[in-house]
Design a protein around this ligand. Structure first.
Ligand SMILES: NC(=O)c1ccc[n+]([C@@H]2O[C@H](COP(=O)([O-])OP(=O)(O)OC[C@H]3O[C@@H](n4cnc5c(N)ncnc54)[C@H](O)[C@@H]3O)[C@@H](O)[C@H]2O)c1
Length: 247
């Protein structure tokens, strides 16, 4: 029996990067995968790639900041599959600047997508999970939300907020059979980190015990584990996947 056999899994921001790899890993494990992304071309591609692995999959254009869009799409999933078992709140963005150069819009946008987006999706998905009395939510935080980072006031605040919500929801939903955990990646090779200056990357690599950046698969492995029944006694946990960056 595969670990995600027949489970209905939503992954936000799964058109590319870490989210795409999580979605494909769920598909390899037999899950029915729902791709949410603002970028419809990449969403469709990830969904087709999931289908090519032999599982049912659908994609929906969902901006995690748009509550009406989330509500409508959750209703469609319920109609099609009758249930939602797993939600991975992965969609996230950066708008980096030192505090004295950070415009209000940069703060608002990052908080709106990363923090409120996670709140929005969870608020609409949890009632569907509750109907079956089971579910697993994995939020993608960051080591930056634990340790802070220069130039990332907005991003660090959003990820620290996600950690706070993870622990609160773990307490709040436990009685309904829903587990809530977070994965906090270190520096991972994705289109997001392609924008980071080489100087910063090599500084981070030097500070990482394993002396390299992480691969998307290494984050996806942790997400699939926490989502699966193998993690049935784990809730409220923040799992750092950072190669020992913070040791
Ligand atoms: N790459 C890293 O080193 C790293 C480290 C720590 C945490 N993370 C976190 O992992 C997650 C994924 O990061 P990534 O590196 O794969 O990023 P990415 O930029 O490669 O991919 C992000 C995806 O999210 C989608 N997206 C953006 N805004 C959205 C919105 N409003 N609604 C729906 N979808 C939206 C994008 O279209 C894209 O497909 C993010 O939450 C990020 O903060 C990444």
């Amino acid at each position: 029996m595969k670990r995600m056999e027949d489970k209905v899994c939503i992954v936000t921001g799964s058109g590319r990067g870490i989210g795409r790899t999580i979605a494909l890993k769920f598909a390899k494990e037999g899950g029915r995968v729902v791709i949410w992304d603002v970028d419809i071309n990449s969403a469709e591609k990830t969904s087709n790639d999931c289908k090519n692995l032999g599982v049912d999959s659908m994609w929906q254009k969902v901006n995690v900041t748009d509550r009406k869009e989330i509500q409508k799409n959750v209703a469609e999933i319920k109609e099609k599959f009758g249930r939602i078992d797993i939600l991975v709140n992965n969609a996230g963005i950066t708008r980096d600047a030192l505090l004295n150069q950070m415009e209000e819009k940069m703060w608002d946008t990052v908080i709106d997508v990363n923090l409120k987006g996670t709140f929005n999706c969870t608020q609409f998905v949890v009632p569907v999970m509750e109907e079956k009395g089971q579910g697993s939510i994995v939020n993608i935080a960051s080591v930056v939300g634990i340790y802070g980072n220069m130039g990332q006031t907005n991003y660090a605040a959003s990820k620290a907020g996600i950690i706070g919500m993870t622990k609160s929801w773990a307490k709040e939903f436990a009685r309904n059979g829903i587990r809530v955990n977070a994965v906090a990646p270190g520096f991972i090779k994705t289109p997001m980190t392609e924008k980071v200056p080489e100087k910063v990357i090599s500084y981070m690599v030097k500070r990482t015990s394993l002396r390299r950046m992480g691969e998307v698969e290494e984050v996806a492995n942790a997400v699939v584990f926490l989502s699966s029944d193998e993690a049935s006694f784990i809730t409220g946990h923040i799992l750092q996947v950072d190669g020992g960056l913070t040791l």
